[in-house]
Design a protein around this ligand. Structure first.
Ligand SMILES: Cc1cc2nc3c(=O)[nH]c(=O)nc-3n(C[C@H](O)[C@H](O)[C@H](O)COP(=O)(O)OP(=O)(O)OC[C@H]3O[C@@H](n4cnc5c(N)ncnc54)[C@H](O)[C@@H]3O)c2cc1C
Length: 396
């Protein structure tokens, strides 16, 4: 490093990686800088993808420039967002897929992995640039608009939100959700299933539970033709468009060149997530300067942005402690899963599972009818430091 400044790298610039980079930039001394490495040219605000893949006119708002990421922190010009993908993590440097400041290798003192998971489109984008991703969402909207009957595969939050939006925007289309388990959103207390089922009945969304869709090797047609979707219970559904809202794959490949102290000490073979201590350092004690946060970390916590931001604060404190020669002592603590989700354009709920540690048996549920069509996307732009004070700014 020419300037002698030391690097603290965060890999992955989504909700949790960005939060970690900001927390770090606030607390580390000016001898160190934060490098946030992320291949997307813009922050992908994926909470809005299910809605913007159905409702036209807002798709460009889902992609927010990274230009002001560090604007609110002291010594902001020290820190950078590095537009690249990490191919390999080594104990003291990362290998990236393009040159940055004249090299494909970036050295570090501390590194945090926040690479999350990959989901099937439209819940995540295959493109790195804004124009292609916005064009993809538009083509998805067009496919939805021209179809008469849509099968949504998967009754997690993405499938449920898409199905309720679809039926509210297009009440004449047939919308069917197929879910493999008996209960929708099975991570949550069974009342969640009851609430969603009631809402599906109100809107006229058909629900099939306890059966899987047989997914053809080459995927489903998107050419406006009618075709048949087969379920593992033998049911056949005639449709002309299928939306996959299924499983997540952990983005763990970048650490596959690291030597593990013991078998399976880096990645949990049961789920593919990176094993961590309560301090979020790698469980493998050979790597006290490596951390993992957010969805990629095998914390046993609910995978969502909110618990992720608490983890971000703990990582920043621990890296600050290590830089200052102290022991890392900040630990994460468990909290019950909770979610704020839409069940149509305006109707939305906040749902939190009971916390047995506090003697609760019943979930906390709050209903409201105040949802905004664009899901208040402007507030995310503000949090990214970009004022969307006129409509044209959303095209940045
Ligand atoms: C459609 C949808 C709606 C959701 N709504 C909510 C909600 O309302 N509230 C909530 O709390 N949670 C919500 N969630 C869950 C939440 O989005 C995830 O928990 C959260 O995104 C996890 O954040 P993360 O930063 O850990 O990882 P991710 O969001 O998965 O991001 C990982 C990042 O790492 C980058 N990356 C991957 N590999 C590499 C590499 N090799 N090199 C460099 N960068 C890499 C990716 O490009 C990506 O930007 C939703 C999820 C989905 C899919």
């Amino acid at each position: 490093m020419a300037s002698g400044i030391r690097n603290v790298i965060v890999v992955g610039g989504s909700y949790v990686g960005k939060a970690t980079a900001l927390e770090l930039a606030r607390v580390i001394p000016p001898t160190h800088r934060v490098l946030l490495i992320e291949p997307h040219s813009h922050f992908n605000h994926l909470f809005v993808f299910p809605r913007f893949a159905v409702l036209p006119g807002h798709e460009h708002k889902a992609f927010i420039p990274y230009s002001s990421t560090f604007a609110s922190v002291p010594n902001s010009s020290l820190h950078s967002v590095v537009p690249a993908r990490v191919l390999s993590v080594q104990p003291k440097y990362v290998e990236i897929d393009r040159e940055w400041q004249g090299s494909n290798q970036v050295p570090f003192d501390y590194l945090t992995i926040a690479t999350g998971t990959s989901l099937v489109e439209p819940a995540s984008m295959r493109y790195d640039d804004k124009a292609s991703s916005a064009a993809y969402l538009k083509s998805h909207q067009d496919n939805v608009k021209r179809s008469k009957s849509i099968v949504v595969v998967g009754g997690g939050a993405v499938g449920v939100q898409m199905a309720t939006d679809l039926k509210e925007i297009y009440p004449d289309k047939e919308i069917t959700v197929v879910h493999s388990r008996a209960h929708l959103m099975p991570l949550y207390h069974e009342k969640m299933h009851e609430i969603i089922k009631r809402r599906f009945d109100e809107l006229g969304v058909r629900l099939i539970t306890g059966s899987r869709v047989v997914i053809p090797t080459n995927g489903f047609p998107k050419d406006e033709s009618d075709f048949v979707v087969e379920l593992t219970n033998g049911t056949k559904l005639k449709t002309d468009f299928v939306i996959l809202a299924t499983g997540q794959k952990p983005n763990n490949r970048l650490i596959q060149d690291l030597v593990a102290t013991a078998r399976d000490s880096l990645i949990n073979p049961k789920n593919g997530f990176i094993r961590v201590k309560p301090t979020l350092q790698f469980l493998d004690s050979q790597y006290p300067n490596l951390f993992a946060v957010g969805d990629i970390a095998d914390t046993g916590m609910h995978k969502a942005a909110r618990p992720g931001s608490l983890q971000a604060a703990a990582v920043a404190k621990n890296i600050q402690a290590l830089i200052e020669g102290r022991d890392p002592e900040a630990e994460i603590s468990w909290s019950p899963p909770g979610i704020h989700m839409s069940l149509g354009l305006k109707y939305n709920i906040v749902f939190r599972n009971p916390n047995p540690a506090e003697g609760q048996n019943e979930p906390v549920v709050k209903y409201s009818d105040d949802g905004k069509e664009d899901l208040n996307v402007e507030s995310m732009w503000t949090r990214m430091g970009v004022q969307a004070d006129e409509p044209g700014r959303y095209h940045l």
